[in-house]
Design a protein around this ligand. Structure first.
Ligand SMILES: C[S@@+](CC[C@H](N)C(=O)[O-])C[C@H]1O[C@@H](n2cnc3c(N)ncnc32)[C@H](O)[C@@H]1O
Length: 410
């Protein structure tokens, strides 16, 4: 069923919001605020509907021609129809409204989104290499809602080094992986993680890689904010190296201000969801004692090296555990400096409760999902914390995703 709808605003996730003649909300993929669109419904629920634009009847001045030929087919980069320079202002409005709706409060006046390059920024990728029963090898991105593969030609959001690497090396990686697999089935699929360290060196990882190949091909070193951080393509690392120094600087300022104000102290830094010890490694000289906590075991050896060159130091502790378990077992009874950077799901409830019960009075919360961030903020607010600062970082241009940093204190 098709409707002619006027898009009222953009909502979380990048869809346009309109109303059907019967008053129900319609979330419209591909519609921009102010536009009149012909919309085909794809979901028809009792209290809301979903649809996609089949024709733009009155166009927004902010509409752009999508750059990628796979727009609409590949699951990523669904915001390409919005001009790059307008994406941060639109997302800022979405976040302000999101905060109002979910936390019943206003984001600070000075909330702003840091912006970096609009294209060629993404330094991490995951591709799949597949061999069909007939022996044909293909590789590309997985389709979002199915197991299909979109063949790779080039990707305008990936860094030039990743694009070049993928064109030249995909077949070689596949051959190597087949060699490493003692009895590869005829039809074979291999997920490969790739990482560009910003110096044009691309590392890669696939399951089943030998230890020797791992050292040679997966391990990587990134120069950032005057430090060298070791990581590898199998574990998490931030995916926008061009803008990352601005997040690092915001976190460093937040830490320094916390110590100067007396709300936090330099006695103990706790870096939860620490990955390879990223933030702690960049802050280590400021603290008397440091604890990093990360669940992924592959991060541990890097965290040790990033924090103390691999040597045992009694003031540095790199813990391989779930953050919530560590918090429940280790009562934080001093006003430590605390950084949390959880995955999209936000803070596990046990972690949030333990922080509220602890002596931590100031919290630096880095998030890649504004919805779970605001959900968690609302719980902290109920427990007496208030929002001191909010900053956004456009880490994922052409997509509706945003990195955020909140400073909370009580
Ligand atoms: C967004 S990343 C942040 C990593 C790091 N702060 C950085 O900037 O590189 C989240 C990290 O949390 C880890 N993680 C996910 N759930 C966890 C949990 N319950 N406890 C501890 N670590 C967890 C993931 O493995 C991932 O490394």
């Amino acid at each position: 069923m098709n409707y002619e709808l006027r898009i009222e605003k953009m909502v979380q996730g990048g869809e346009g919001m309109a109303r059907l003649p019967d008053g129900r909300v319609c979330f419209v993929q591909g519609g921009l605020p102010g536009e009149l669109c012909k919309v085909e419904l794809s979901q028809n629920k009792k209290d809301f509907t979903r649809g996609r634009v089949v024709k733009v009847l009155e166009k927004s001045a902010d509409r752009a021609e999508p750059k990628c030929p796979l727009f609409g087919k590949c699951g990523g980069c669904s915001l390409q129809h919005l001009a790059s320079e307008q994406q941060a202002p639109y997302l800022a409005r979405v976040e302000r409204e999101n905060f109002r709706r979910l936390a019943h409060a206003e984001l600070p006046e000075d909330f702003k989104i840091h912006v970096g390059p609009a294209w060629g920024y993404r330094n991490r990728a995951r591709v799949v290499i597949a061999r069909a029963k007939n022996g044909n090898v293909s590789f590309g991105f997985r389709m979002q809602k199915s197991n299909g593969i979109i063949p790779f030609e080039s990707c305008p959001v990936l860094t030039p080094a990743l694009n070049a690497f993928l064109k030249e090396n995909a077949a070689k990686i596949f051959e190597e992986s087949v060699k490493n697999n003692k009895r590869p089935p005829r039809n074979f699929e291999l997920d490969v993680n790739l990482f560009d360290n910003g110096k044009g060196d691309v590392s890669f990882y696939y399951k089943g890689m030998t230890a020797k190949d791992f050292e040679k091909n997966a391990v990587s070193v990134v120069d950032i904010a005057g430090a060298q951080i070791r990581s590898d393509a199998s574990v998490f690392f931030q995916s926008n190296l061009a803008l990352l120094p601005e997040l690092v600087s915001a976190v460093q300022t937040a830490v320094d201000e916390g110590i100067a104000s007396g709300e936090a102290s330099d006695a103990w830094l706790i870096d939860l969801f620490s990955g390879v010890g990223f933030f702690a490694a960049l802050l280590k000289d400021r603290f008397k004692k440091i604890t990093t906590v990360e669940r992924e075991e592959g991060c541990l050896k890097h965290a040790r090296l990033n924090l103390n060159g691999g040597a045992v130091q009694k003031n540095v502790e790199n813990v391989s555990a779930a953050a919530e378990e560590w918090l429940v077992k280790n009562v934080v009874d001093v006003p430590a400096t605390l950084i949390v950077d959880p995955p999209r799901t936000g803070l596990p409830v046990e972690a949030l409760d333990a922080i509220v019960k602890s002596s931590v009075n100031r919290l630096i919360y880095v998030s890649c999902d504004p919805v779970t961030l605001v959900r968690d903020y609302a719980k902290f607010a109920q427990a007496g914390f208030s929002l001191k600062k909010a900053e956004g970082f456009a880490f994922y241009p052409q997509t509706p995703h945003l990195e955020m940093m909140f400073i909370l204190s009580r």
